[in-house]
Design a protein around this ligand. Sequence first.
Ligand SMILES: [Zn+2]
Length: 232
Amino acid sequence: MPAVAPEISNRPSFSNDEISRRIQNAVLEHRLAPGTKLVEERLAEISGVSRTKIREVLGKLAHEGLVTLIPNRGAFIASPSAQQARDVFVTRRMIEPEMARQLANTITTPQLRALRRHVRQEGEARRRGEMHAVIRLSGEFHVLFAQMHGNEILLRLLRELTPLTCLVITLYDKPNVPACPHHEHDALIDALEARDGERAAAIMLEHLRHIEATLSFDAPATAAVDIEAIFS
Ligand SMILES: [Zn+2]
């Protein structure tokens, strides 16, 4: 095999975290579909890092459930089964209403401002018709909640569950219902601002049920994607 071509060595070299974040974002934005093959050589070439590093990143993503490693075949974006899809929502329903309830007791004014700002960005992306960005921002809204708890374990869990949810939505979405209902994020912030933990928990539970209700767990769709696009 030839050495790295000069035009490739001139490309910026990404850190492991950056590569991992880009793959996660591509999943969050529905640009990498479930089942997409992640070719090590190709990823190494595009990102300007060694195959060893790519293998490390893929191993970490596999650990998080976002990637499936199949011996002798390689790495693929995970393709959650209907059962796993349901499990993702069951888990989120167990965790996130309680997360919202507790946040109502501790939330600060700057945190409320940050949540409002985030929802404004969602709204702007929606108005501009940037559906990929809307989907990513909707997911990140939920990660922000975990971040505001300052609980590393909770944050890690949400960071895993959010892209998994996006994979599930990609696979099981009914057409034209792409992301979190926008006004429900506003209602959640209103409840937090009113320090009403019960209401925040109830809205979060309802919100997760609404997202789940937009899915149909019988007929997964498939799509082909260009992995180069995630590093462009
Ligand atoms: Zn949401």
